[in-house]
Design a protein around this ligand. Sequence first.
Ligand SMILES: [Zn+2]
Length: 214
Amino acid sequence: MKLKNEAALDNLIICHQCFTLHQEVPIKDGSKACCSECGGILYRYDTKLIDHGLALSITGLIFFAMANFFPLVQIEILGHEQFITIPKTIFSLIDNGFYIVGLLCMFLIFIFPLMIFTINMILFALLKLKSGEKWSKDLLILLAHITPWSMTDIFLISILVALVKLIGYAQIHMGVAFYSLIVFVLIDLYIVKRVHLSEIWMLRKRIMFEEFKI
Ligand SMILES: [Zn+2]
C-alpha cells in the first residue's frame, strides 16, 4: 500500500492482535469495529465516554488531593507518634540525601499522576465543548508519553508491604489519605483499562472534524 503523505496514516488502524492494517471507517455511536481477520476489537465509538471520563478524572483529582493533604498513616512506637504524608515522605528522602530516589518518587507518585488526571480532565472538557483541535492533539500525544510513568499503584503496594513488616513493632493507624489513595488507584486502573487513548483519538476526530461524522 502506497501512502501519499503522513496524514494518510491517520485513516489507517492496525489490529493489536494480528497486526493487519485496516482502513478506518465511521461507525455508529455505541458500536465497535472488529478486525476482519481475527475478530479482535479495533476501536469503539461511544460519546458517553466523554461524560464518564470527565466525571472519573474530576473524582480522581479530588481523591488525589485528599491522598496528599491528609495523613497517610499514623505510626506509634514506644509512645512516640508520627504522621506520614506523601509530600513529607518525598521531602524527607531529599533531606536525607537520597536526591535521586526523592526526585524519582516526586515524579512517579506525584507529578505524573497529577498531570495525567489534569490532562484527562482538560481533554474530556475540550471534547465536551467541541473545541481546541490543536490543543487536544498535543495533550493526547503528551498523555501517551507519560501514562506508563504513573506508579501510584506500585507505591500503594509498597506501603502495604512496609506496614505488614511494621505490624509487630509499632501500632499503626490508617489515615484518611490511605483510603483516598486506594480509591485513587482504583479509578486510575479503571481509566487505564477502560479508556484507551485510541478511543479518545477517535472521538476527537469524530467530534472535531465534520468529514468523520455519519
Ligand atoms: Zn486482527
